[in-house]
Design a protein around this ligand. Structure first.
Ligand code: SAM
Length: 215
């Protein structure tokens, strides 16, 4: 998602009480930010943040961190949070390539990837959020029995994501190519902005949940 550049977006993010500046300083100590021992779940590429903010409202005993590369997109989430004042959510403007500098080993309880950019050219495959390069980063920051949940309407990206699991330590816990018609996996589903847009155009939504091999 690339909104036009909004003047002042970067400054608004730098001065917001809900964004974490110098997030690498918190590595290993994220519980201090929230002042409790609740699990920490992150969305990588949160866009305008409706998905993760809905989860934060539904689950006050879980802490959430929305990660987004672009200020103009993140600004929309911050404006909403200024109204809602949810105590259990924070935001980081960063490139997720640096996740392992920001979160310690096993510090994250769950990772959400929603409608990640497809980067269709082969030479950009390593930028795709479900790529093996990103799975390695998730492997470091995710607790041992933590899961990654990935949704997309892009069938090529989903096939790529499944291929990346082969020969890896990651295993499918659940998988569907038509989430909205899968009564089990769709239970409690929270739609993202992109999910609403693409499913209303008739595109089926794919989803997987993965964890690491316990052997
Ligand atoms: N998750 C939202 C949804 O489903 O409505 C937004 C989807 S949008 C297609 C993908 C978002 O991921 C964009 O806002 C983009 O800036 C962000 N993004 C892509 N790569 C990223 C990265 N390496 N680090 C942080 N954010 C990233």
């Amino acid at each position: 998602m690339r909104l036009r550049n909004i003047p002042g977006a970067r400054e608004a993010i730098e001065t917001s009480a809900w964004t974490i500046k110098n997030p690498e300083m918190q590595k290993g100590n994220w519980k201090e930010v929230f002042g409790n021992e609740n699990p920490i779940r992150i969305e990588v590429g949160m866009g305008k943040g409706r998905f993760i903010m809905t989860l934060a409202m539904q689950n006050p005993d879980v802490n959430y961190i929305g990660i987004e590369k672009f200020s103009s997109v993140m600004l929309r989430g911050l404006q909403k949070q200024d109204e809602l004042q949810l105590p259990n959510i924070r935001f980081i403007r960063m490139d997720a390539e640096n996740l392992t500098e920001v979160f310690g080993e096993g510090e994250v309880d769950r990772i959400y990837l929603n409608f990640s950019d497809p980067w269709p050219k082969d030479r950009h495959a390593k930028r795709r959020l479900p790529s093996r390069q990103f799975l390695e980063r998730y492997d470091y920051i995710l607790k041992k029995d933590g899961v990654v949940e990935f949704k997309t309407d892009n069938t090529d990206l989903f096939s790529f994501a499944l291929e990346e699991l082969e020969e890896s330590k990651w295993k499918l816990v659940a998988c569907t190519r038509d989430l909205h018609n899968d009564s089990v996996m769709n239970e409690g589903n929270v739609m993202t902005e992109y999910e609403e847009r693409f499913s209303s155009m008739g595109n089926p939504i794919s989803k997987y949940i993965i964890n690491r091999d316990s052997n």
